[in-house]
Design a protein around this ligand. Structure first.
Ligand SMILES: CC(C)(COP(=O)(O)OP(=O)(O)OC[C@H]1O[C@@H](n2cnc3c(N)ncnc32)[C@H](O)[C@@H]1O)[C@@H](O)C(=O)NCCC(=O)NCCS
Ligand SMILES: Nc1ncnc2c1ncn2[C@@H]1O[C@H](COP(=O)(O)OP(=O)(O)OP(=O)(O)O)[C@@H](O)[C@H]1O
Length: 228
């Protein structure tokens, strides 16, 4: 784990809950963000998962669906009116302008929902609020709101193997195409306060747990001295 020398000073606009530490978690596809989020929730963090919010918004009758249908047409809808994810995946990850159109619909809705959930979940006894944000390196708005940013690092070939196992419906070419649209690790590193390494294959996550023990101690230390 790399802990950047000066963890950023706690200073932010009031949009996220102000009585807790708000921590952004990012990393490339398959790096282990959800795994880290789960381990942090076992230590008492409230986790807001932006992928999960995106899924809810695109369920049948989800809040994004009428605009998605208006912009992309009925071809991107499944029979029940939910988003046909495979069709949308094929459309956007080869055509940047379509990806941008989908993101223009999705990101403001995801953002509002994440802020609402954060206020609901940030009870006094939570360790911190963790926001699992795959595209954080490309969002200055989110970066400005967060106290710390944690980046999960894992070599691309290992990520690809893990994704193939987790998502057997995807092939290597599709996975690499998605990864190629995301920020590189060096871009993520420029915004990181903490970098966690998740390259060791280990289903009980000893490597991550050792790093998270240290991180959780830092979070407790900063939280106890942080009042607004
Ligand atoms: C294109 C969609 C329908 C494909 O769905 P699918 O079920 O295959 O993937 P899922 O949503 O589970 O995402 C899996 C991973 O793909 C990557 N990913 C998702 N959206 C994007 C994106 N816009 N740009 C780059 N990578 C992305 C992330 O690493 C994510 O963790 C879906 O990813 C989507 O709706 N994306 C747009 C919403 C978005 O930007 N989500 C990111 C949350 S910040
Ligand atoms: N150290 C590890 N050893 C073995 N498998 C791992 C390890 N870390 C994570 N995994 C597995 O790799 C896959 C990807 O991890 P995870 O879902 O946490 O990544 P993610 O960054 O959230 O992915 P995405 O960006 O696609 O949402 C999962 O199936 C997870 O169980």
């Amino acid at each position: 784990m790399i802990l950047h020398e000066h963890l950023r000073k706690i200073e932010r606009p009031n949009r996220l809950p102000s009585h807790v530490l708000n921590i952004g978690l990012t990393g490339g596809m398959g790096s282990g963000k959800s795994t880290v989020a789960r381990l942090l929730s076992e230590s008492g963090a409230a986790v807001i998962d932006l992928d999960a919010i995106a899924h809810e918004l695109t369920e049948s009758n989800g809040a994004a669906m009428s605009e998605i249908e208006r912009v992309f047409g009925r071809k991107v809808l499944a029979e029940d009116g939910a988003l046909n994810r495979a069709v949308m995946r094929e459309l956007i990850f080869g055509q940047p302008h379509l990806k941008e159109r989908l993101e223009t619909i999705m990101h403001p809705l995801i953002f509002s929902q994440a802020v609402v959930q954060a206020h609901l979940r940030a009870q006094a006894d939570v360790l911190c609020v963790v926001y699992d944000i795959p595209l954080l390196a490309r969002s200055h708005e989110w970066q400005a709101l967060l106290d710390w940013i944690v980046v999960v690092d894992c070599a691309e070939d290992i990520r690809v193997q893990r994704i193939l196992k987790r998502n057997p419906q995807l092939n290597i070419e599709q996975i690499k195409k998605i990864i190629s649209t995301q920020a590189s690790f060096s871009e993520m590193q420029t915004i990181a306060d903490v970098v966690l390494n998740n390259s060791e294959n280990d289903v009980i996550h000893l490597q991550l747990k050792a790093q998270l023990n240290i991180l959780v101690r830092y979070i407790r230390h900063f939280s106890s001295s942080h009042t607004t």
